[in-house]
Structures are given as C-alpha cells and as structure tokens.
Design a protein. Structure first.
Length: 113
C-alpha cells in the first residue's frame, strides 16, 4: 500500500520561507518520479516541481528561482524548499508519486501578513 505523508505547511508572512516534506512508503522510492502540486481555491491543481530518479528537476515558471525540490533516497523523502513566498503561493500542496499515480493528503500553505 502506497502512502505519501506531507508535513511542514503553515502560515508565513510574505517574503518568508517554508520547507515541505513528503515521506513515502510502499514504493521503490529511488526509482520513482516525485512531484509537488498545489491547488488554490477555485483553481485546478497544478504542477509546482518535479524530480526524476536521477535528480533532474523542472519547475513551474511561477516558482523558478524561489522553490527547490530535492530528494533523499535513503530516507524515502522528497522536499520542497520555498523561499520568498508570495500571497499567490497560498494553496494546498500535494505530494505525488509517478506523475499523479499516487497522492498525499495535502498540507495547507498560507502566505499572509
């Protein structure tokens, strides 16, 4: 049974930082493409960042230069470091494995003063 458990969301002021974590189980993590998506109220879920098993990354244009995705294959964990946060980054952030085959429960990120 695949489980993806996110943590690290919360309330932060504009310009602040947060680090999201996603612990995976039930998959061969080191062979799995991992990604972070987000969904704001009234909007569709969108890809934020993705990391391949070889460490290659890609990002949504809106977060390039501010967010960094990384993975620790020894810990079966993928991270999303979010810096210079903006109010428009407010959303529920979801961890995904294998391009949307599996999803976590989501963690709320709110950027507000």
């Amino acid at each position: 049974q695949v489980q993806l458990v996110e943590s690290g969301g919360g309330l932060v002021q504009p310009g602040g930082s947060l680090r999201l974590s996603c612990a995976a189980s039930g998959i061969i993590f080191r062979f799995t493409i991992m990604g972070w998506y987000r969904q704001a109220p009234g909007q569709e879920r969108e890809l934020v960042a993705q990391i391949t098993r070889g460490g290659g990354t890609n990002y949504a244009d809106s977060v390039k230069g501010r967010f960094t995705i990384s993975r620790d294959n020894a810990e079966n964990t993928v991270y999303l470091q979010m810096n210079s946060l903006k109010p428009e980054d407010t959303a529920v952030y979801y961890c995904s494995a294998q391009r949307g085959s599996y999803w976590g429960q989501g963690t709320q990120v709110t950027v507000s003063s």
